[in-house]
Ligand binder design. Structure first.
Ligand code: ATR
Length: 276
């Protein structure tokens, strides 16, 4: 059988870690396949999508800034993509181009790995109301969390998400956060605020109950200021790297026909890359 080819596209794309993740799995399982980064400018993205089948590509990942254009450009979408409003994974089924979103799956699978039983630990406080927040809220709803509290600097964006996701999802401004944390079982940061070591929205994990789990979708640095504060408070913490690794699983399985494992070895390899 011919080599199967997949890709990740974004602009810029050089720093994507996806080729390392998929390359590791292709080598580990001895699969005759390839996964390459393709830089596509926004103005060329529609033509790129249209050329996929002819290029003999089995599918691929889509990242910033193309996730919304991919959402609009595919022929069919899975339920998660519709709920999240963005597509990060493309594949063909019977010649039809499908788009899915695996970010929520990756978020939940990371917690399954490191904090089993987490979904019984509501209510959840979600910091941020951007694209990443939508994926997280989708996953929380799917796992049956009934009280999801979005806290955002710009209240109107949180309210928009509250309307989109419906009952059980409420919107709050940043000054309400301490009250919201007092009985919460899960605190999730979806903003990029921890990225450069800045303070997160002023959510202080000191106010959480002892049973609370704190997670961050940011993974550079692995221990964000929020996670460090939660750990100092003695709370269970889960870093965001596992979300990146797990969101890659469904795509690999579709393109190459084998469900890959997120192993400690893969994690070590990507940690070395981040720290290198
Ligand atoms: P992503 O797709 O990564 O979620 P996004 O859609 O740009 O990115 O959303 C970024 C999120 O981080 C938003 O919730 C944003 O808050 P606003 O809606 O108020 O802009 C939040 N954010 C970014 N920078 C921030 C800052 N300096 N202080 C507080 N929140 C910030």
């Amino acid at each position: 059988m011919a080599e199967k080819k997949a890709f990740v596209t974004g602009h810029p794309i050089a720093h994507s870690r996806s080729p390392k993740i998929h390359g590791h799995w292709l080598a580990s399982y001895g699969i005759d396949g390839s996964y390459q980064a393709i830089d596509v400018r926004p103005e060329d993205f529609a033509a790129f999508l249209g050329s996929l089948e002819q290029s003999g590509l089995s599918g691929g990942n889509v990242t910033i800034p193309h996730k919304e254009a991919a959402f609009a450009g595919v022929a069919r979408r899975d339920h998660a993509a519709d709920e999240i409003g963005a597509v990060n994974t493309l594949w063909f089924e019977d010649g039809v181009l499908w788009g899915g979103n695996t970010d929520g799956y990756g978020f939940a699978a990371n917690l399954d790995d490191h904090a089993p039983g987490w979904a019984a630990n509501g209510p959840a406080v979600v910091l941020g109301a951007g694209g990443a927040s939508r994926a997280v809220i989708h996953a929380l709803k799917e796992r049956g969390i009934k009280d999801i509290r979005i806290v955002n600097r710009t209240l109107a964006r949180a309210e928009e998400l509250g309307r989109h996701f419906g009952p059980g999802v409420s919107a709050h401004s940043a000054d309400a956060v301490d009250d919201l944390l007092a009985d919460a079982g899960l605190l999730i940061n979806t903003t990029a605020l921890g990225m450069h070591g800045d303070a997160t929205l002023s959510a202080d994990p000191a106010g959480l109950p002892d049973r609370a789990i704190v997670t961050d979708i940011v993974y550079v640095p692995l221990e964000t200021p929020l996670l460090a504060a939660a750990r100092a408070r003695g709370l269970k913490t889960v870093d965001g790297l596992g979300m990146l690794l797990h969101q890659a699983v469904p795509g690999f399985e579709r393109w190459f026909g084998r469900k890959p494992e997120v192993t400690p070895e893969l994690r070590r390899m990507i940690v070395a890359d981040i720290e290198g």
